[in-house]
Design a protein around this ligand. Structure first.
Ligand SMILES: Cc1ncc(COP(=O)(O)O)c(C=O)c1O
Length: 399
């Protein structure tokens, strides 16, 4: 295998792979005029709902829209509070902030890097409306204790399952535990719908109706209406062909296109095989790096099926011989491998420092983030690419 091909396989940019089946699906919808949300999206929704074991699913334009619509659907309003992990992509917290809510964070478990349910209850106030657990890097949060706290306080749980499509906790799929589960099909995710896309899943019919309404400007089309029509039906006998439109509220356009939906149908069929490849690659990396001093490799907690959206590693600089930042730099410039740093703790970012957060507030998240890198992992990687990655990490230790 050529060096450039190995290096391409070691970029974290693309999380899935497409083949002739996706090409055929795109062409078919294109020949039908490539509409917005239509039959292909409906099929994708039915398939993903069945896959997750839930009653309803609605395709949306991205994962951020899925989170946003979920919060709208549970009635989040200005001044309400939401709780989430400080170690996540900003979308998890920003969806609530843009609706006028206040965000607070719950520190993380140092082993799984997920929100620590033992620290949750002390953060709940009378204004807390929703908890957004993030199944980080593809591993589910410890949902039993988290759901118990939420139930005790009557708080909605909205799962950010954007990293975790197909992941399981106690044999149940990520996304099926909360009032809603939110997925992203961005280009880096385990499956993608042409670079962008998302889905909300839920068992609650009222929540589903609100998600569906607000996704598309709260539009209701009536088969035959007298309420909003001044026309005298006796003079204009249009009968059943007559329709009129009303809007329940001001909503959004967060629809998915049918070309994306058609690709989603095909990608979902491949998901389990793609996730298995990710697990195999993670096991290969762990075997190849297990004896390297100064590295903390990912741990799969009991009763979880991890889907390794990312492969997180903590670097102890005293033992390894490089700091996190030196490691990232050397991997890129000496080995041509792009290593990630997912994520800067949100309370340390400008957006949340402006909202009054201070360094030091979530010490576990901060100490983990200072040491954490994510090694490239995707289902396209060849053995040679994985070997090159392992050799590269090993070569940098105490040179
Ligand atoms: C944890 C998490 N939540 C939410 C999102 C938002 O998804 P999208 O980019 O599709 O809006 C992402 C995207 O990267 C994510 O990683």
């Amino acid at each position: 295998m050529s060096a450039p091909k190995i290096k391409f396989d070691l970029q974290i940019k693309y999380g899935t792979e497409y083949g002739p089946e996706e090409e055929r699906a795109v062409l078919e919808v294109l020949r039908q005029g490539a509409p917005t949300s239509g039959e292909a999206c409906l099929q994708f929704e039915r398939d993903l709902a069945a896959y997750c074991g839930v009653a309803h699913a609605r395709a949306v334009s991205n994962g951020t829209a899925a989170l946003f619509l979920s919060l709208v659907a549970v009635g989040l309003k200005r001044g309400d509070r939401i709780l989430t992990s400080p170690i996540t992509w900003i979308a998890t917290a920003a969806a609530g902030v843009t609706l006028g809510a206040e965000v607070d964070f719950v520190d993380i478990d140092p082993v799984t890097y997920n929100l620590d349910p033992n620290r949750l209850e002390e953060k709940i106030t009378p204004n807390t409306k929703a908890i957004l657990p993030v199944h980080l890097y593809g591993q589910c949060c410890d949902m039993d204790p988290l759901l118990a706290v939420a139930r005790r306080h009557g708080v909605a749980v909205i799962e950010d399952a954007c990293h975790a499509i197909g992941a399981e906790y106690q044999g149940r799929k990520a996304g099926s535990f909360g009032v809603t589960g939110c997925f992203s099909f961005h280009e880096q995710k385990n499956i993608s719908t042409l670079g962008e896309g998302g889905m909300v899943v839920t068992n609650d019919p009222a929540v589903f109706e609100r998600v569906a309404l607000y996704r598309s400007h709260c539009t209701r089309v009536y088969g035959r209406s007298t309420k909003y029509c001044a026309l005298d039906e006796a003079k204009f006998p249009m009968g059943r062909r007559f329709w009129w439109q009303d809007f329940d509220d001001c909503g959004y356009n967060f629809r998915m296109t049918d070309v994306q939906g058609a690709v989603g149908v095909v990608q979902l069929r491949k998901l389990d095989a793609l996730n298995q490849r990710r697990r195999d690659h993670a096991a290969y990396l762990s075997a190849g790096l297990r004896d390297v001093p100064g590295l903390t490799l990912p741990v799969v907690a009991p009763e979880r099926t991890h889907v390794f959206h990312l492969y997180p590693v903590q670097i102890d600089s005293a033992e390894f011989g490089l700091t996190r930042d030196e490691f990232v730099h050397a991997m890129l410039h000496e080995r041509g491998v792009k290593v990630g740093t997912h994520y800067t703790p949100l309370h340390c970012t400008t957006a949340f420092q402006r909202r009054g957060f201070k360094r030091g507030q979530f010490p576990v998240a901060e100490s983990v983030a200072e040491r954490l890198v994510t090694l490239p992992l995707n289902p396209r990687q060849s053995r040679e690419a994985l070997d090159y990655l392992i050799q590269s990490v090993r070569a940098l230790r105490r040179r």
